[in-house]
Design a protein around this ligand. Structure first.
Ligand code: PBG
Length: 322
């Protein structure tokens, strides 16, 4: 008989045999939803403890974030329905909501590393991630708009732009545009992004649900096993700096394989809105201990190979595990 229980006898012994290091505050990226106006801090109904902030309130919250040692943020813009149009213009006009937020953050807190989401779905009247052509998203005419949005975020001072539209060639289009403008902004590619029901609460948070159809013609089919790795390889070839797998918990196999195959590229996992709300609501209903459930799930994401984790639980994790 081989005895394993000696590895587990006491907390100190268990700590000694733990292979996975604790996630550090600066290995988290915290997502923010930014709206226009002043003095706005409104909780998102589908995501308890997550808010939409106007820029003034966002800056106050970032102070709290920094006090925890978290120095990375990912920004999403949320605009009113009447401001949206077919082409998502509000997303890439000069001084758009995200550019304003980036400037404000960089002015007050230059040490914050700012990532911006680059996608049309938050800004189009139809809620799809690119331009429509006879009821489907047209890949190639969408590319210059994504490049323009990335450019606007970059001149405002973003450290990373994070294209999430799942258009083929989006990394190359953005890279070329940044190069042409002599900007050295980096790219975090949402490379392996699956068409997932786990984004449900986000679409409420960002008010970005498609008005018809779904995103299956551009986001990945979760029944595939190797395509995600091919998507990452293509983004690397196009010049991305960092890579991502999204969602996280149901895709630990992809995450692990990506970490083995691309060890030289910082690998990010996005624990998405539905993963968060599932744990949060379950804990609130008393089904499990919240601190333990987010510790376990985030540790598993790290164990699978994520170097950085985007999570709505980042603050609570750090607070609980300081
Ligand atoms: C698209 C985008 C989405 C998310 C991040 N970027 C929504 C989607 O693709 O449908 C989801 C994030 C989350 O669920 O937390 N701009």
């Amino acid at each position: 008989m081989k005895r394993f229980r000696p590895y587990r006898e006491t907390q100190a012994i268990r700590d000694k045999y733990a292979d996975v290091s604790k996630i550090l505050p600066d290995e988290f990226i915290y997502p923010y939803f930014v709206v226009e106006g002043k003095n706005v801090k409104v909780e998102i109904s589908s995501m308890k403890d997550v808010y939409r902030f106007s820029i003034d309130q966002l800056l106050i919250d970032i102070e709290d974030l920094l006090s925890l040692g978290i120095n990375k943020v990912l920004l999403f813009g949320v605009i009113e329905n009447h401001q949206k149009d077919e082409r998502g213009r509000m997303g890439y006009i000069a001084d758009n909501i995200i550019s304003q937020a980036v400037k404000a953050i960089k002015k007050d807190f230059p040490q914050v590393i700012v990532f911006t989401d680059v996608c049309l779905c938050e800004y189009t009247s139809h809620g799809h991630c690119g331009l429509l052509h006879s009821h489907d998203v047209d890949n190639d005419t969408t590319l210059p708009l994504l490049a323009e949005m990335a450019y606007q975020h970059a001149v405002a001072g973003a450290d990373f732009v994070a294209p999430s539209a799942m258009m083929d060639g989006q990394i190359e289009a953005i890279k070329n545009r940044l190069k042409k403008e002599k900007l050295n902004t980096k790219i975090l590619a949402y490379s392996a992004k699956y068409a997932s029901a786990f984004y449900g609460p986000f679409r409420d948070a960002a008010d970005s649900a498609p008005s018809f159809g779904d995103r299956k013609t551009y986001q990945m089919d979760f029944r595939t096993k190797n395509q995600g790795l091919e998507e990452i390889a293509a983004d690397i070839e196009e010049g991305t700096d960092w890579i991502m797998v999204k969602p996280a918990m149901p895709y630990l196999d992809i995450l692990y394989r990506a970490s083995e195959r691309f060890p030289n590229y910082p690998l990010v996992a996005y624990q998405v809105s539905g993963e968060y709300s599932m744990l949060k609501n379950g804990a609130q209903q008393g089904f499990f201990d919240e601190g333990r459930i987010f510790f376990e799930s985030l540790t598993a994401i790290r164990r699978a190979g994520a170097k950085y984790i985007i999570s709505y639980y980042a603050k609570e994790f750090v607070r609980k595990n300081l």
